[in-house]
Design a protein around this ligand. Structure first.
Ligand code: ATP
Length: 232
């Protein structure tokens, strides 16, 4: 579970994030929309402990995030816009390597099962990731998150630059993660997909979370309309 409690980040006089309060429970997918500079990446970086909050608190499974301390990091996985993997290692070797770093030693069969659950095709298991598409790298990243048993996955612009087929695969994988009781928190500009996969949609403007909507209750046209009204 992820929680932000009056979470605030200032750079000098500039408020990047203003007293954010939100909770992402197990199995929920929270998609955060907002223009460039709204504070989405700042929020993710505060949860990851990459940044020190000016005031307030980010919590992971009830544990306060303290930069440099591993207690919360071990419960998290991070899928950035471009997933960083070792290009000369294969999908399986990358998964094995990052699983070991997280303290898990899996046999080949188990590693293959994680890659399959993340939606990677079997013919890519033994190929070097240096030649993988963005969508394939993401699937390896998601397999790492599943293998690590992360209780929350943070994602920054994961669908930008994906073709429609890869976006569809990604959406399905996110639903699988949520079905396994993982909390998913995603910064995105992709309103249509946000409505497709989210349980909750947040709209942020200039560091403020202005709206939180339940995705079940709203169409992508309505979200787009509200988004445009919010940012104007
Ligand atoms: N290191 C920094 N020093 C000063 N200001 C910063 C720094 N990092 C971010 N900011 C400012 O904080 C605000 C929020 O930035 P943030 O990157 O969180 O926005 P974002 O919503 O993720 O935007 P994008 O969609 O472009 O990634 C912006 O006004 C940005 O200029």
């Amino acid at each position: 579970m992820l929680q932000a409690i009056d979470l605030t980040k200032k750079y000098g006089n500039q408020v990047a994030l203003n007293s954010l309060n939100l909770t992402v429970k197990p199995g929920e997918v929270f998609c955060l929309l907002g223009q460039n500079g709204a504070g989405k990446t700042t929020t993710i970086n505060l949860f990851l402990g990459f940044l020190q909050a000016t005031s307030g608190e980010a919590r992971v499974n009830g544990i306060p995030v303290v930069p440099g301390q591993p207690e919360t990091v071990k419960h998290l996985a991070y899928i950035p816009e471009v997933v960083m993997l070792y290009p000369n290692l294969t999908s399986l070797e990358n998964l094995d390597f990052f699983s070991r770093i997280a303290g898990f030693d899996y046999d080949r069969e188990a590693l293959e099962a994680y890659l399959l659950r993340a939606g990677l095709r079997e013919d890519a298991f033994d190929k070097r990731v240096g030649n993988h598409s963005k969508g394939m790298r993401q699937k390896v990243g998601i397999a790492i998150a599943i293998a690590k048993n992360a209780s929350a996955v943070l994602m920054d612009e994961p669908t930008s630059g994906l073709d429609p087929g890869a976006t569809h695969d990604f959406t399905e994988t996110v639903k699988t993660l949520a079905g396994n009781n993982t909390s998913v928190f995603m910064a995105t500009h992709d309103i249509f997909n946000a409505v497709n996969m989210a349980s909750h949609i947040g709209i942020m403007r200039k560091g403020n979370l202005v709206h939180v909507l339940r995705a079940d209750d709203i169409s992508s046209d309505d979200v787009r309309q509200l988004y445009l009204e919010t940012i104007r």
